[in-house]
Every structure is written in structure tokens, then in C-alpha cells.
Design a binder for this molecule. Structure first.
Ligand SMILES: Nc1ncnc2c1ncn2[C@@H]1O[C@H](COP(=O)(O)OP(=O)(O)OP(=O)(O)O)[C@@H](O)[C@H]1O
Ligand SMILES: [Mg+2]
Length: 519
């Protein structure tokens, strides 16, 4: 990639420790962020991160270092890591180096740009406060997303971050006129491949770019893949003036890769073993996700929360960058209430009357209040039973449980294993449904009538008051009266915590729930 007219600047490997390589240059010392190449066919790529003395640079390998030996020749490419940009990258899939990995034709019509770029100046930034509808009830009603904002999907292992992100891609990409960029950081290769196939089938690939640095790749490559994705996003925003939807699964893996790099480079770890530079690294990336007057980058990021601990420094740092935080809870997942979003922990700065309108705001507040009251009453119910509550409180419980069920939704992406057809619900329908539940219009309906439906009219179709209830309904109702938690919860919960594959359990649960509720 460098200037090929003069002889290349070469050095020799002094030491190799895992991914960290020291190289001696007798001539000109390559600057920080230079990319060096070594090995057969110059296949090993090293990025310079430090210059320990006048003759040596220390770099981190972005590829496996297998075969690299002391004394081997290293070539300075005379430039930083670059990513391809241009119309030619649409509908393609890349790795961190900008190589196409979809077995398609070679790239044409592209330029190469450095992945290290500064965030736009404050004066160039703009903020519009517009809502980005997702078609997912609980998000649109309680945690509205911002067009041009950053939203995070927080959750521990296997609570449904990837499923929710994929569903959002499915719901939004079709209507989104701009470009979508999916960046996979440190997650499973299988998921990347599945997504590529799904997008191809859905016919949305022509406006999409995918870039992956998955979990099998060295830390250096996982650390840089986010920068490469942003470089592409910035091209569409700044050069083509288009809106960009940037999806990242998973931003925690970026922090984790930074931690590995920092450890390998011999820096002293900070709190909980994280790198001392975590805040700077994360903001270096997040601040580039910005809106200018010519185009906006809307981003949705999955954030893995280690051990479900929301006070983890990685989660806390990520929270501070986002305009909407969607928190997934293991408890809800174990109850089969998918999407397992905890409305009381999730928040959006768009949920103000000035932006969403008075009616929406008032409704959202009332829903939150009802759910919060129910959460407080849960302890009393567990100790004394539902009967001991005042009639008023009992009404709150009934409303809250119906709301909780109405805010579940069958997903298109989970059709195969839940057996339920996916539903897209407009904001208006979602608000209407919640309002009617809050006005007690459905208090004679069994809770199951509201579970996994789209708009509220489907509950009417499922069950008509006056007719005898569906066979599963009375059982469900008594269960609700005597035991506030579904019977199957405890074994699932017990298994969910230590098991590495809690998803399997919840999946069985949904199938089971679907069976009983369909009847
Ligand atoms: N909306 C949903 N409907 C039904 N099942 C779901 C839903 N969301 C998640 N699940 C179940 O949970 C499992 C795990 O979901 P997912 O892979 O999205 O978790 P994750 O949070 O991305 O996990 P990881 O941190 O391991 O990447 C799924 O395989 C599925 O069984
Ligand atoms: Mg995942």
C-alpha cells in the first residue's frame, strides 16, 4: 500500500511475545499507527503502538503471529491501517483489513482511507430530535429511539441481545433509505454468516455493508474493526450525504480487545483488570458516531454486561455515551416475556413531552408507574398472597400483568423456533393498546389473550368475553391469582444462572407458552 518507487523501509524482528512484536529499524523509525508487514507473502500485519527507544518499535499483530521468528525481515508500508470506502463496498462483507470475505469478485470503484480519524468538530455537529420507529411495542412506547442517536442493548449472556438487534435490522432496514453497516466485533462467526444469508434473502444487501472481526481473531483485529466500520460510515455521511444506520454486536468486545492489547503491551491494569485507557479508547470510537448537518449516523449497539453486573466499568462507560439504554433482564427472559426488556431500568432521553407528544408521554409515565407499583407489591404478594391486597392494588396488579403480556411480541427472526409469526406494530397501535389496558377494557380477558400478540385487536380475536374462555385461560387465571410468578419459573431460573446455554431453556419455555396460549 505504501509508496513503491523508493526502496521500502525495512527492519528486523527482535522479539515476539504472543501478539506483541518488537522490531528494530536502523534507518527511519516508523511512526505510531504505521502498519508493518512480515512473513511469507507479507501476510503478518503489525500495527506500531509504541517506540520504546530510538531504534525499536513495539507493535501489536493484527493477524496470528505463527511462523514469525527473530531476525525476520519486516517491511514498513509507510501508512496506517486503511479501510475501503466508496460505492463499491455496498452489499459486500469485509474483514478488518478491507479484504472481501464473501467469496465475491474483487473490489472495484473504491478508495482507501486511514481508519484513524478524528470525530467531527463541535461546530459541525447537529442534533435533530426525531423518533426512529422500530415496530417493537415496548421500545417504541417506553424507550423511543432517536434518529441519529446511539442506543445500547444491555444484557448478560444469552438474554436476547443478538435476537433483538437482528429483529431491529429486519424491521428497519427495509424502510431506511440510507445505508446500513453491520459491524461484528468478537462475536460468533456463525452469527455473521447467518445474518449475511438473511440479508441476502430479504433483498436488503444492496444498501448494506458488513464487516467482521470475530472472536477467533487476534485482539488487535477485534480492536480495530470498529474503527474500520466507522471509516466506512463516515464516508457515506460526509461524502455521499446519506443517513447511516450502524449496528454493532458487541461493543463490549471492543473494550475487551483493548484490554487484551493493553495487557500484552505491559500496561498496568486498572479497576477490575480493565485497561487504564478504557475511557479514552471508547470515547475515541463513540464520539465518531455523530451527526452533522449533511448526514446522520444512527447506531444501535449490543453491550454484553459481564455477570449481569450493571456497575461493571465497561457497562458504566458505555451507558454514558448513549441516548437510549435498553436493558434486558434475565428474569423476564426466564419467564418467557420476550423481548426481555426491563422497562423500569431502560431509559431514553427522547421520552419527553416536547418530543414524543403529550399523550405518548403521559401514557408512558402511567405504564411505568403501574409497573413500578406492581414491582413494589410483588414482595407482599409473595408473603401474604394476592388476596391480602386492597381492591385498588389488585387492580394495579391486574393492569400491570396485562401490560407486561401485551408488551411481549413475536419476532420475525424467531419464527422458526417459537412457531409464532412475527409482528410489526405501529406506534399508534401500541399506544392504543396500552391505553385501553390502563382503562381496564381487558380486565375480563385472561392474561394469556394478551401474550405474544401484535396489536390489541388480536386479543379480541383470540377471546371474546361472554363466550366461555379458551381452555387454557381459566387455569392461567387461577395461577395468576394464587401465584404471581408462572409455575415453570423456578426450575428455569435455577438452570439459567449457571448454565452456559440458558437460551435453550428459554426457547423451550416459549415453545411451551406458545402451545398453551395458542389453544
Ligand atoms: N424475542 C425472543 N423470542 C424468543 N426467544 C428469544 C428471544 N430473544 C432471545 N430468545 C432466546 O434466547 C436465546 C439467546 O439469545 P441471543 O443469542 O440473542 O442472546 P445474546 O444476548 O446475544 O447472547 P450472547 O451474549 O451470548 O451473545 C435465543 O437463542 C433464543 O432461544
Ligand atoms: Mg449475541
Amino acid at each position: 500500500m505504501g509508496d513503491r518507487t523508493s526502496p521500502p523501509n525495512t527492519g528486523a524482528v527482535v522479539s515476539v511475545r504472543g501478539s506483541v512484536v518488537d522490531i528494530r529499524f536502523d534507518g527511519h523509525l516508523p511512526p505510531i499507527y504505521s502498519v508493518l508487514r512480515a512473513g511469507a507473502e507479507r501476510r503478518i500485519v503489525i500495527e506500531v503502538l509504541a517506540q520504546p527507544d530510538a531504534r525499536r518499535v513495539r507493535g501489536i499483530a493484527l493477524t496470528p503471529t505463527q511462523g514469525l521468528a527473530r531476525g525476520m525481515k519486516v517491511e514498513d508500508t509507510d501508512g496506517p491501517l486503511r479501510a475501503p470506502v466508496g460505492k463499491g463496498i455496498l452489499s459486500r462483507m469485509f474483514d478488518v483489513f478491507g479484504n472481501v470475505i464473501d467469496r465475491g469478485a474483487a473490489l472495484s470503484d473504491v478508495q482507501w482511507r486511514s481508519v484513524h480519524r478524528a470525530p467531527p468538530l463541535l461546530a459541525r455537529r447537529s442534533t435533530k430530535s426525531e423518533i426512529f420507529e422500530t415496530g417493537i411495542k415496548v421500545i417504541d412506547v417506553l424507550v423511543p429511539l432517536e434518529r441519529g442517536g446511539k442506543a445500547g442493548l444491555f444484557g448478560g449472556a444469552g438474554v436476547g441481545k443478538t435476537v433483538l438487534l437482528t429483529e431491529m435490522i429486519h424491521n428497519m432496514i427495509g424502510h431506511h433509505e440510507g445505508v446500513s453497516i453491520f459491524c461484528g466485533i468478537g462475536e460468533r462467526c456463525r452469527e455473521g454468516e447467518e445474518l449475511y444469508r438473511d440479508m441476502k434473502e430479504a433483498g436488503v444487501l444492496p444498501n448494506m455493508v458488513m464487516i467482521f472481526g470475530q472472536m477467533n481473531e487476534p485482539p488487535g483485529s477485534r480492536f480495530r474493526v470498529g474503527h474500520a466500520a466507522l471509516t466506512m460510515a463516515e464516508y457515506f455521511r460526509d461524502d455521499e450525504h446519506r443517513d447511516v444506520l450502524l449496528l454493532i454486536d458487541n461493543i463490549f468486545r471492543f473494550i475487551q480487545a483493548g484490554m487484551e492489547v493493553s495487557g500484552l503491551m505491559g500496561q498496568m491494569p486498572s479497576r477490575l483488570g480493565y485497561q487504564p485507557t478504557m475511557g479514552t479508547e471508547l470515547s475515541g470510537l463513540e464520539e465518531r458516531i455523530a451527526n452533522t448537518d449533511t448526514g446522520a449516523i444512527t447506531s444501535i449497539q449490543a453491550v454484553y454486561v459481564p455477570a449481569d453486573d450493571f456497575t461493571d466499568p465497561a457497562a458504566v462507560h458505555t451507558f454514558s455515551h448513549l441516548s437510549a439504554s435498553i436493558v434486558l433482564s434475565r428474569k423476564r427472559a426466564s419467564e418467557g416475556l420476550y423481548p426481555a426488556i426491563d422497562p423500569l431500568q431502560s431509559s431514553s432521553k427522547m421520552a419527553t413531552p416536547g418530543i414524543v407528544g403529550e399523550r405518548h408521554y403521559a401514557l408512558a409515565q402511567e405504564i411505568r408507574r403501574t409497573l413500578a407499583q406492581y414491582a413494589e407489591l410483588k414482595d407482599i404478594i409473595a408473603m401474604l398472597g394476592l388476596e391480602q391486597l386492597s381492591p385498588e392494588d389488585r387492580n394495579v396488579v391486574a393492569r400491570a400483568r396485562r401490560l407486561e403480556r401485551f408488551l411481549t411480541q413475536p419476532f420475525f427472526t424467531t419464527e422458526q423456533f417459537t412457531g409464532l409469526k412475527g409482528k410489526l406494530v405501529s406506534l399508534k397501535d401500541a399506544l392504543d393498546g396500552c391505553e385501553r389496558i390502563l382503562r381496564d377494557e381487558f380486565k375480563d380477558y385472561p392474561e394469556s389473550a394478551l401474550y405474544m400478540i401484535g396489536s390489541i385487536d388480536e386479543a379480541k380475536a383470540k377471546f371474546k368475553p361472554g363466550q366461555p374462555a379458551a381452555p387454557a385461560a381459566p387455569a392461567q387465571k387461577t395461577e395468576a391469582k394464587t401465584d404471581p410468578k408462572p409455575a415453570a419459573e423456578s426450575p428455569v431460573k435455577a438452570a439459567a444462572e449457571p448454565s452456559p446455554k440458558p437460551g435453550k431453556m428459554s426457547q423451550a419455555k416459549v415453545e411451551h407458552a406458545a402451545d398453551t396460549h395458542e389453544s
